[in-house]
Design a protein around this ligand. Structure first.
Ligand code: PRT
Ligand code: MG
Length: 211
């Protein structure tokens, strides 16, 4: 059995065409069904539905042979035990620093002020501000980062932006891009050897489909 770990939402939706290119059709829609293990038209291939941030963990421990995860998630996870095989160029966005409209970020940085930064991406944020020599107090959040500057929890946030609509709706502006993000196919290192016959053709089809 070959097991693919996906998260619901954009990653699932954008992986479907890549699976189709490999001749694989999932038998259920995870948005409608509550099933966490979904079969496919191939009796030897199944999909498991996990939280986006949990995909690397399932693959790392071999509970899934491969999976699709954002570069943001992989960077925070560290990628131990994972073979990062392919940029799928899906679920694209960028990791940014944003502040409330009117907050003079460049000036605060110039003045050497200690900034309070709220984020889910503590590792990426720490590295970014350390490289700039900016002193920050990081506040770990698990979602709705956009709220933090509006209620005085933080001066800035580090969060993903795609259309920019969420920032705009909350009177925030992007002041720095840290890194551009897309989703990657990650493979369990042991599975890549032990299940090579089954896995490699799928990886090859994904590779072709991305091009
Ligand atoms: O949503 P949930 O809490 O269940 O989990 P999750 O946020 O970890 O998963 P999901 O499915 O939302 O995101 C999975 C992956 O998609 C992320 O790890 C990213 O690699 C990628 N991705 C691409 C995004 C976005 N675009 C994105 N726009 N992930 C999140 N967002 C959020 C962003 O955090 C912000 O709140 O969407 C909002 C901004 O969107 P715009 O279009 O208004 O700019
Ligand atoms: Mg989300």
């Amino acid at each position: 059995m070959i097991t693919l770990a996906l998260s619901k939402g954009r990653i699932f939706e954008e992986t479907i065409p890549l699976l189709a290119a490999a001749g694989i059709e999932v038998s259920e829609d995870p948005e409608k069904s509550r099933k966490l293990i979904i079969g496919t038209n191939r009796p030897d291939v199944r999909v498991i539905i996990v939280r986006a941030t949990d995909v690397p963990t399932y693959v790392q421990f071999g509970a899934a042979d491969f999976g699709v995860a954002g570069k943001d998630v992989l960077d925070e996870h560290g990628g131990e035990g994972l073979y990062q095989s392919l940029d799928l160029k899906i679920a694209q966005c960028r990791l940014c620093v944003a502040v409330q409209n009117g907050f003079d970020y460049q000036n605060a940085v110039r003045q050497g002020a200690r900034l309070r930064v709220a984020t889910k991406y503590v590792k990426a944020a720490r590295e970014h501000f350390a490289a700039k020599g900016v002193h920050v107090d990081l506040i770990k959040l698990y979602g709705s980062m956009e709220l933090a500057p509006l209620v005085g929890l933080a001066d800035a946030i580090v969060d993903l932006v795609s259309s920019g609509g969420t920032l705009k709706a909350n009177n925030l502006v992007e002041v720095e891009e840290i890194v551009s993000i897309s989703s990657r196919l990650v493979v369990n290192q042991a599975a890549l050897k032990l299940k090579h016959e089954g896995l490699q053709p799928l990886i090859d089809s994904f590779t072709k489909a991305v091009k």
